[in-house]
Design a protein. Structure first.
Length: 79
């Protein structure tokens, strides 16, 4: 078990990674009928693929928040 405290944006990065991988799985499932020669999925299925971008943005926001909180200028103000 880790005793290090979690950073400000760690939870956002974790959630962003999960959302990204759900979108990636949806993309693989949506593209499969194109290669298998079956009927394509309805447009709603393609909208779920956009979760890849949403997850990427959430994780990026977590990284920016972590960097912003731990910046030297803000650390000097806390002391």
């Amino acid at each position: 078990m880790s005793t290090t405290p979690s950073g400000a944006g760690d939870r956002l990065v974790q959630v962003g990674a999960i959302v990204f991988f759900v979108g990636a799985l949806a993309t693989l499932v949506t593209v499969a009928p194109l290669f298998l020669g079956t009927d394509p999925f309805p447009p709603v299925a393609y909208a779920v693929c956009m979760l890849m971008g949403v997850g990427f943005l959430i994780a990026g926001a977590g990284l920016v928040r972590s960097a912003w909180v731990s910046s030297p200028k803000r650390a000097a103000n806390r002391v």
